[in-house]
Design a protein around this ligand. Structure first.
Ligand code: FAD
Length: 475
């Protein structure tokens, strides 16, 4: 402990990464300070403790996705004799929002209780800003400020939705995922702009809840993901009723009697439509403006605002670290921010030497047909190893329960295998319970299993995951 400073470690940003750092450090008896402050969205939406994931990210998103899936099951319930179920009944938006917010507030309360009752943690609901390399300015909601000092500083301020800067009043005329999960009024006919996983997930569950949804996509779906899988997701969403406008972006958005008149160019022709809601999901930017980074010498990428940190999470200032979504080149996921935070504290205080590995991280896109993957996409594998050096196995299948109500569409799985050593370097699964299926195969890929190992696994029957072991069709 260095008595020169008030805190051994001070964290700016109490999301998935920041809270992990706080927790791990307090367990080792360190004096820990945390500043977490939510800047309201342009519509004034605010939320409680825990950061993006529990408030405006993973958790409310998954609850809404699950609600849409539950609605889909109404068809199977009717087909299998359950009485009193109307598969075409309407959904009530406000009931869902209230339930989602009830669950979110439960998480906030657990966080609040933990932050105020745990020895060793001092929590400030204040905006943090670097004053010098050991001093943090803390500014409250009324603009009053004070200063604290720390030996180490960890920046974990996350990211926020991006807005285009060439559409006048765009912040007032659109909403983002920051607003959607607590939206007081049903979104109605919605234009989702973007093709990120956030865009497709929101479009998917809004369609499932019964809204008229169009997705406007500038170029490809799910950049960075396997494109065959991405296109299959789009096709399945179309079957479910989501409309797509490809190859364009909005030129203008205007308010017309409370609705949104959106104009765009397609093949040189101006087109337009009127929507109740325009949901922007065109990407996220690091929340690093006004953090005082430049004045302290913490280097950032000037375009994205992301902090540049090395593999040990160290910034250009020797006692200032950065983790999570605000760092350049990191996977923007809750579990990566958490593991990164854990490893940082182990390295700082308990002789740990592991850095965060960002390869072979399993993830799932919660579109109506869920997509789980780990390892190389087909494009990335072909680029790195050459198509002639790969074997790509695929399987198309229909889950047993889909036959009750003749669901349309097909599920699909793909394994990418290196020819020289038979190691499976890519796993892709499009089907029910993708997160649950993919988590197990994540271990398989991490352990560098061979295709022959999978061939020796006896499948569980009847299941969808059995499609992945003993896959024989070579693309
Ligand atoms: P955050 O969780 O964003 O936390 C940063 C915190 O810092 C916030 O509370 C912020 O208000 C605060 N802050 C910012 N500036 C300051 C300041 N100057 N002073 C004090 N406090 C400040 N990930 C998954 O793994 N699975 C999913 O299914 C998933 N779904 C998602 C769905 C949506 C709609 C979104 C938006 C994200 C989703 N994510 C998902 C991503 C995941 O939420 C993030 O990767 C994760 O929350 C990043 O954690 P973090 O600690 O870097 O930042």
């Amino acid at each position: 402990m260095n008595p020169q400073y008030q805190y051994d470690i001070f964290v700016i940003g109490g999301g998935s990464g920041g809270l992990t750092v706080v927790d791990e450090a307090q367990m080792l008896g360190k004096r820990v300070g945390l500043a977490d402050y939510i800047k309201p969205s342009p519509h004034g939406t605010q939320w409680g403790t825990g950061g993006t994931c529990p408030n405006v990210g993973c958790i409310p998103k998954k609850l809404m996705h699950m609600t849409a899936l539950i609605g889909e099951i109404r068809h199977e319930l009717t087909a299998t004799g359950w009485q009193g179920i109307d598969p075409h009944s309407n959904h009530d938006w406000n009931t869902l929002v209230n339930e989602v917010q009830r669950q979110v507030k439960g998480i906030n309360k657990a966080n609040d209780d933990w932050l105020v009752t745990t020895n060793g943690i001092t929590y400030y609901n204040k905006l943090g800003k670097l004053k010098d390399d050991h001093t943090i300015e803390l500014i409250d909601k009324d603009g009053q400020s004070g200063f604290v000092t720390a030996e180490y500083i960890v920046i974990a301020v996350g990211s926020r939705p991006s807005f285009p800067n060439d559409i006048p009043n765009v912040k007032q005329l659109t909403i983002t995922s920051d607003d959607l999960f607590s939206l007081k009024k049903a979104p109605g006919k919605t234009l989702v702009v973007g093709a990120s996983y956030v865009a497709l997930e929101c479009a998917g569950f809004l369609t499932g809840l019964g809204y008229d949804v169009t997705v406007m996509v500038r170029s490809i779906l799910l950049r960075g993901f396997d494109q065959e899988m991405a296109e299959r997701i789009g096709e399945f969403m179309k079957i479910q009723g989501t409309k797509f406008i490809r190859g364009t972006i909005p030129n203008s958005i205007e308010d017309v009697e409370g609705k949104r008149l959106v104009k765009w160019l397609l093949n040189g022709q101006e087109q337009s439509d009127v929507y109740d809601t325009v949901l922007l999901a065109i990407g996220r930017s690091a929340d690093t403006q006004n953090l005082g980074l430049e004045q302290v010498g913490v280097q950032t990428n000037k375009e994205s605002g992301k902090i540049i940190a090395n593999e040990s999470d160290l910034t250009s200032v020797p006692n200032i670290f950065a983790i999570g979504d605000c760092v350049q080149g990191r996977l923007e996921l809750t579990p990566t921010a958490i593991m990164c935070g854990k490893r940082l504290i182990k390295r700082l205080y308990s002789n740990g030497n592991q850095v965060m590995e960002y390869s072979d991280v399993s993830t799932t896109v919660f579109t109506p047909l869920e997509y789980g993957c780990v390892g190389y996409s087909e494009e990335a594998a072909v680029k790195k190893f050459g198509r002639e050096n790969l074997k790509i196995f695929t399987s198309e299948f229909t889950p047993l329960f889909w036959n009750f109500a003749n669901r349309k569409g097909t599920c699909y799985a793909k394994l990418i295998v290196k020819k020289d050593d038979d190691i499976v370097i890519g796993f892709h699964y499009l089907g029910p319970d993708a997160a649950e299926v993919t988590q197990g195969f994540g271990v398989v890929i991490k352990l560098k299993a061979k295709k022959n190992d999978l061939d020796n696994v006896v499948g569980i029957h009847p299941s969808v995951a059995e499609e992945i072991v003993q896959m024989q069709t070579w693309k």
